[in-house]
Design a binder for this molecule. Structure first.
Ligand code: BF8
Ligand code: SF4
Length: 623
């Protein structure tokens, strides 16, 4: 193989499993990336178009060949349209996830989804008030709230309700640009319309709609998903757990939940603690049932129950290669279609559950909210019975795992601060904490696995920047030990002091990718308290190893919210100097924030520090 494992991951557990994959002749994402080399230059630059059947068309980046598609579209138009379609797909993924969560909530309120109960009554009440619902009875409140939230998806005019949470100054900026989202679905549909052949052909005009759609995601879909999941499953609070492949157990049934929706994983966690299932596992020679997560559904059950997390996006195949996974249970998003054929090389049952997502080689056990507990039990039973088929001679579980402290919802952060954000604001004002960085996003085999994540975060905390994290970055940080309160030792003196006095890590795990909405809420709370806009704050965002379309939508709404954001992998926009200029410069005038691209995490940290210092200066704070 061309690449040595050392250049593929900084995680020793991942490296070990990659070596095992090579030894066993099994292919992983890294090998498939190698086989894709050289990757298509037109695709990388974003200058190919398949939006109609006069094409496909491509623009010559060297200016020697065609400079327009058959319809006359230039590189600028094509790049902007392609980017808008990425935002639409990402926002759609979050929106559809949110919609399903609201539907389960509604069914639970009507007593139909019997397996689900309302766990956070206070949040239900607060949300009902935000949505101006005045019913006296709780069940009435819940059903009315669910309907009100559902109407945010199909709303045709007005604005998505939770955009009201944005600071006044931010809303004014959006209003001025005409980018307050009306309805979540409406904006996504309009992306597809505008990018159809012969509709919207001005790059800035196209990109502004991208921002509007992304706001409908961050301050709409993702925020609704977070809130409803908290109402149904409880708002996370600090707890301890463990991360990395070492959480798999040699002598227990191992069930991995992978994907995104806690609607499934919550039920699996519950079914796995059913005495009948544990008894069955014992009768088959296992010591118990061990549930572990991968990707964001892993983050959801980690945050709420302390269920250990086996790894982030690039570890899904590696988990199977341990030979110790009795079932890999998946729902939607970020699930590699390679898992079916890989699982077939082992005893692992690869179980697909979503009516929306079928995979080659998967055992289908379709999930529905009505009989959720029963279906979850059947899935767990299938996993337990499969324990017998585990080939012990092929089991290789890396020893590596790290302790972590997780569960930092907005409520939990406020709680740790004594009920108000003021101590955090004071720490920023005195300079103990220089600023806050949200470091989030995926893995991407184009980047050494976890290298971007861990190095950027380490560098930031060393410079007294408090890091808040979600998604696969959070899992990378957990594996690297950065989510332990003891990691404060790695922070600069100021941040270290604050963390030690509060007993919290210097990197706060705020949840899954939809939970980036929690970060928006924190930013808005701080801005409101200071009477400024989010773009005035010493805060920044980063996605060092991003790969998914969801990350594009996230990046767009973070920038649209006024937060400077550094991307570690290059988005397919460089084929258009105009689009590149808009994203890296002109947006600064429009929304007070821009994108930067910097693959080197140390240089990315420097960019973030410079940005934070400039914002501190503008606020009159000590630099
Ligand atoms: O929603 S960070 S690889 S798992 S897309 Fe996927 Fe990216 Fe991980 Fe979570 Ni988010
Ligand atoms: Fe080509 Fe224009 Fe059709 Fe795209 S929309 S494929 S650029 S003709």
């Amino acid at each position: 193989m061309a690449n040595k494992p050392a250049t593929e991951s900084i995680d020793p557990a991942a490296t070990k499993m990659l070596l095992e994959a090579r030894r066993a002749g099994l292919e992983t994402a890294w090998d498939r990336l190698n086989k894709q080399q050289p990757q298509c230059g037109f695709g990388q630059l974003g200058i190919c178009c398949r939006n109609c059947n006069m094409g496909p068309c491509r623009i010559d980046p060297f200016g020697e060949g065609p400079d327009r598609g058959v319809c006359g579209a230039t590189a600028d138009i094509i790049v902007a349209r392609n980017l808008l379609r990425m935002i639409a797909a990402g926002a759609a993924a979050h929106a559809d996830h949110a919609r399903d969560a609201v539907i389960v909530f509604k069914e639970a309120a009507r007593g139909k989804a019997r397996s689900y109960q309302i766990k956070d009554e206070a949040k239900l009440k607060a949300l009902a008030a935000e949505y101006s619902i005045s019913s006296q009875e709780e069940q009435g409140d819940a059903a009315d709230l669910a309907n009100a939230m559902l109407s945010d998806f199909g709303r045709q005019e007005g604005s998505v309700t939770l955009t009201r949470r944005a600071p006044e100054k931010r809303r004014k900026i959006w209003e001025g640009l005409g980018i307050i989202p009306r309805g979540i679905d409406r904006e996504i549909v309009e992306c597809m319309h505008r990018t159809h052949m012969g509709v919207d052909n001005d790059p800035l005009h196209i990109l502004l709609h991208g921002l509007r759609t992304s706001i409908a995601d961050g301050w709409g879909a993702s925020m609704i998903a977070t809130e409803v999941q908290d109402i149904l499953f409880g708002t996370p609070s600090p707890r301890r757990s463990e991360a990395n492949l070492g959480v798999l157990k040699e002598d227990e049934v191992n069930i991995i939940v992978h994907g995104h929706e806690p609607i499934l994983s919550e039920m699996i966690v519950e079914a796995a603690s059913d005495p009948e299932m544990i008894q069955l596992a014992k009768s088959l020679g296992a010591r118990g049932i061990n549930v572990a997560g991968i990707c964001c559904t892993g983050n959801e059950v980690l945050m709420r129950h302390g269920i250990p997390v086996a790894g982030n996006f690039l570890q899904q195949e590696l988990a199977v290669i341990t030979g110790a996974v009795d079932a890999m249970v998946v729902d939607v998003q970020c699930i590699m279609p390679s898992l079916g054929s890989l699982a077939a090389c082992y005893h692992t049952k690869f179980i697909s559950t979503s009516p929306k997502a079928e995979f080659p080689g998967a055992l289908r056990m379709e999930f529905s909210e009505e009989g959720a507990a029963e279906i979850a039990k059947e899935i767990v039973r299938t996993a337990v019975e499969n324990y017998r088929n585990r080939d012990r001679s092929r089991v290789i579980i890396p020893r590596e795992k790290s302790e972590c402290m997780v569960g930092f919802s907005v409520e939990a952060i406020l709680n740790a601060l004594g009920g108000t954000p003021q101590p955090l604001i004071d720490a920023i004002a005195t300079g103990s904490i220089k600023g806050i960085a949200a470091v989030v996003g995926c893995n991407n085999p184009k980047v050494t696995h976890d290298y971007g994540h861990v190095n950027l975060v380490r560098e930031l905390i060393r410079n007294n920047v408090l890091v808040v994290t979600t998604g696969c970055n959070a899992i990378a940080c957990a594996k690297a030990g950065l989510l332990r309160p003891e990691a404060a030792k790695e922070a600069g003196d100021g941040l270290r002091g604050v963390c030690e006095s509060l007993g919290v890590p210097p990197v706060l795990h705020m949840g899954s990718c939809v939970d980036i909405s929690r970060i928006l809420v924190v930013a808005a709370a701080i801005a409101n308290r200071l009477g400024v806009d989010i773009s005035d704050l010493p805060v920044a965002g980063a996605a060092p190893e991003w790969m998914s379309e969801k990350a594009v939508s996230i990046g767009a709404y973070v920038v649209a919210s006024g937060v400077f954001t550094v991307l570690g992998t290059v988005p397919p926009v460089l084929g258009s100097p105009v689009v590149t200029r808009i994203l890296t410069k002109d947006l600064g005038d429009a929304v007070g924030a821009t994108f930067a691209v910097e693959p080197d995490p140390f240089k990315a940290a420097k960019l973030i520090m410079e940005h934070i210092e400039s914002k501190r200066k503008a606020l009159g704070l000590k630099v």
